[in-house]
Design a protein around this ligand. Structure first.
Ligand code: ATP
Ligand SMILES: O=C(O)[C@@H](O)C(=O)CO
Length: 421
């Protein structure tokens, strides 16, 4: 029986949440886009289903529409609890869609209260006195301050959420939940008022805090947050033993420009991983020809070394993303996404079956290019990153690890393969 339903605003976020549920013993399936009734049989053995959307930077109306469609599909599966998954760094703008989606899900589920819990301590995201920290820095002092699409220039969650929601926003500080789940439940009840919905930011700095929140909200139809709150469920044996492992060439596609990904690329190159950086001028001049040259290079490498991964990446240093787009030319980001999607299509046709993909947007384009619509979760490579298995419409099967830009240790691109066994 499907108990939990997740609605994630990007593909890496979806596998992040799914991986945490798997770690708590829930058999979890990710569906890439809203499933239709014909897909229902695929979820028969699942305890949890996550619908992966590509809505993080979509206009609020679009994100609300897609999220409500996802909710409808999840209700059709009989889910009891819904988890709105957004980024653990609360990626959004004042006109962002985290608030509007939460408002709409609350209305559809007939609930007047939902918690807001971006905290994910295993990846350094914690919330204290309503402020979101990344490691030992406030969010607004972290590299997220300079994010090209969702620059996070403040850290107080009520202040970030307020302009996005029509509802009241309240906050519960750490000492309340450190007094236990009953005390937190009482405080949540105190904040609940008829016909006056409220979003409640709850502090959490470690996994025990998340466990308290999970216990206090166990009967809630809706929770919202990063994936950390899923780890608040009671410990259990991980439910990933059934994931098939595919034989075939390994490939790394990194469109992410995040600080962590850049360090991971540098490490992989230093460790001798054969690699090629996309040349934006070449892509602009003739994308098809540039990709064809790359495909020839990668396939020649595989003739020599079948099992050695090849890395194709977009960015090496911060200057790469600061380059101006010439007047009338296609933006670099668009070229990168199209080129990586085309590399994925052509290199899987040439035998790539195991892929690490870095970046949320990049993962969306790559998985769509492969035509994979569902992923079953396997073992983790890092907190928030897991191997998954998916079968495309053409029958080809893949192992995919979709890595959020800022997740993973420096050596994840060279060592992450070991988790496949
Ligand atoms: N040289 C470049 N110039 C401009 N944009 C680029 C360049 N290289 C990559 N990009 C774009 O930057 C975006 C990176 O977004 P993506 O979501 O894939 O990674 P991220 O933001 O690091 O990760 P996440 O969303 O998981 O935190 C992509 O749309 C990609 O096309
Ligand atoms: O929550 C996170 O940080 C990630 O799952 C993510 O959403 C980054 O794209």
């Amino acid at each position: 029986m499907v108990t939990w339903g997740g609605i994630a605003d990007d593909f890496t976020g979806a596998t992040d949440l799914a991986g945490n549920w798997v770690a708590r013993g829930l058999r979890t399936v990710v569906t890439l886009g809203v499933p239709d009734a014909a897909d229902r049989a695929a979820f028969a053995a699942a305890d949890a289903v996550v619908v992966a959307l590509k809505s993080r930077t979509a206009p609020a109306g679009t994100a609300v529409g897609e999220s409500l469609a996802a909710l409808e599909a999840l209700r059709g599966l009989g889910v009891e609890h819904v988890y709105q998954k957004y980024c653990s760094t609360f990626d959004s703008t004042a006109t962002g869609n985290i608030g509007p989606v939460a408002d709409a899900l609350m209305a559809a589920l007939g609930t007047e209260l939902a918690v807001v819990v971006p905290s994910f301590p295993a990846t350094g995201r914690t919330v204290y006195r309503g402020h979101l920290f990344v490691g030992d820095r406030l969010l607004s002092d972290s590299s997220m301050r300079h994010h090209p699409l969702t620059p996070m220039t403040r850290s107080d969650l009520p202040g970030l959420l307020g302009p996005q929601t029509a509802h009241r926003v309240a906050a519960i500080p750490l000492p309340v939940l450190r007094a236990g789940a009953d005390r937190l439940r009482d405080e949540l009840d105190r904040l609940r008022r008829p016909n006056d919905p409220v979003l409640v930011v709850v502090d959490a700095v470690d996994e025990e805090d998340l466990a308290v929140i999970a216990r206090a909200t166990a009967a809630h139809p809706l929770v919202t947050g990063g994936s950390g709150l899923a780890l608040g469920l009671p410990p259990a044996a991980p439910a990933h033993e059934a994931m098939p492992v595919e034989q075939g060439h390994p490939l790394i596609l990194a469109g992410s420009a995040s600080t962590a990904t850049r360090a991971q690329i540098a490490h992989a190159r230093q460790a001798g991983t054969p690699a090629r950086k996309l040349d934006i001028d070449d892509l602009r001049a003739d994308l098809g020809a540039a990709v064809a040259r790359l495909v020839d290079e990668v396939t020649a490498h595989w003739v020599e070394a079948t099992d050695a991964p090849f890395l194709i990446h977009a960015v090496e240093n911060a200057e790469d993303i600061r380059r101006e787009t010439p007047q009338g030319a296609r933006p670099a980001g668009e070229l990168v996404e199209e080129a990586l999607a085309e590399c994925a299509r052509r290199l899987t046709a040439a035998g790539a079956r195991r892929l690490i993909v870095a970046g949320g947007e990049t993962s969306g384009s790559v998985v769509q290019a492969l035509g994979v619509r569902r992923l079953e979760l396997g073992p983790p490579l890092a907190p928030g990153v897991s191997w998954a298995h998916g079968v495309a419409g053409d029958g080809r099967a893949y192992n995919l690890a979709l890595k959020s830009g800022n997740f993973g240790a420096t050596d994840i691109l060279t060592e992450g393969w070991r988790a496949l066994g």
